[in-house]
Design a protein around this ligand. Structure first.
Ligand code: AMP
Length: 278
């Protein structure tokens, strides 16, 4: 596996190569990330993973400082998975001095849920992904449905900029108790980690009742169920149209509905989602 720190060296190495699959990450890798690498290995000739904790997408400075960093372990995991290339840039490779961020307009997609809770977050995500796309020039890029709103934003960005890149969505990989794998899970205290399973339990409960109860009753049930876990503090629990992310409390059988949840456990913020009906 080749490791690059310099974007110029990486771009030179990639010149003339096609069929490139790209997996952007912020490191502290787990099986969720590796599932994206595996998808890329199946579908592309070259698989490249980037590890870059992107400062412009953190609206909370402490969250950026606390973000787990395990570079050696990450490289080992990527090597074992069979990844071809890893790109680990320093900050100024991506954001040279004096550089100005692009202001994207994603309309409604960036004003709901994570966009509402984390102002500027998606603009930072779009900036870093656009810059990484420019360096790597992949034919395909792989994103997890765990960050479903991010996936919608990236698809929209690719459309707006008319980039010749196919965005591939990958399913959510979970721990044995159902908790969606996330780099932030490592920051949970023992009891918080135990109670965090309540997020998946609630999503599953609501999915199992989604044909019998009204959306309003389902929301009530979700909030009641979460209360069984006193360390879980919900930020939002909503149902939204899977295409437009428009929040809804009316289920139409022609529309796919996803239940989205964001919670805090101590200092750790976690998100998850589940398709209810399609
Ligand atoms: P991150 O390092 O958190 O920025 O995530 C990098 C990529 O991995 C994003 O496309 C995420 O959606 C994806 N990802 C993170 N956790 C999971 C998971 N549990 N299952 C599938 N994909 C994931």
């Amino acid at each position: 596996m080749k490791v690059f720190k310099s974007k110029t060296e990486l771009a030179t190495y990639l010149k003339g190569k096609t069929n490139i699959g790209f997996v952007p990450t912020m490191g502290a890798l787990h099986k969720g990330h590796i599932s994206l690498i595996k998808l890329s290995l199946e579908q592309c000739q070259y698989t490249i993973c980037s590890i870059f904790v992107n400062p412009t997408q953190f609206n909370d400075k402490n969250d950026l400082l606390r973000y787990p960093r395990t570079p050696e372990k990450d490289i080992k995991m990527l090597e074992e998975a069979g990844c071809d290339i890893v790109f680990v840039p320093e900050n100024d490779e991506i954001y040279p001095e004096g550089d100005v961020l692009k202001e994207f307009d994603f309309g409604h997609l960036e004003t709901v849920m994570e966009g509402k809770q984390r102002p500027g977050h998606f603009n930072g995500v779009a900036n870093v992904v656009q810059r990484l796309f420019e360096i790597v020039k992949p034919q395909k890029a792989f994103f997890g449905q765990k960050d479903y709103q991010q996936l919608c934003i990236i698809k929209q960005m690719v459309k707006q900029l008319q980039l010749p890149i196919e965005i591939v969505a990958a399913e959510i990989i979970r721990e044995p108790d159902g908790l969606a794998m996330s780099s932030r899970n490592a920051l949970l205290e023992t009891e918080e980690r135990k109670q965090a399973a309540g997020i998946f339990e609630t999503l599953q409960l609501i999915k199992s009742k989604s044909k019998e109860l009204t959306p309003t009753q389902l929301l009530q049930l979700a909030n009641d169920n979460i209360k069984k876990y006193p360390l879980i503090h919900p930020e939002y629990i909503v149902f939204a149209n899977a295409e437009t992310l428009q929040e809804t409390i009316i289920f139409d059988k022609n529309i796919s509905i996803i239940m989205f949840i964001a919670v805090k456990l101590g200092k750790v913020r976690l998100i998850d989602n589940m398709l209810l009906a399609s």
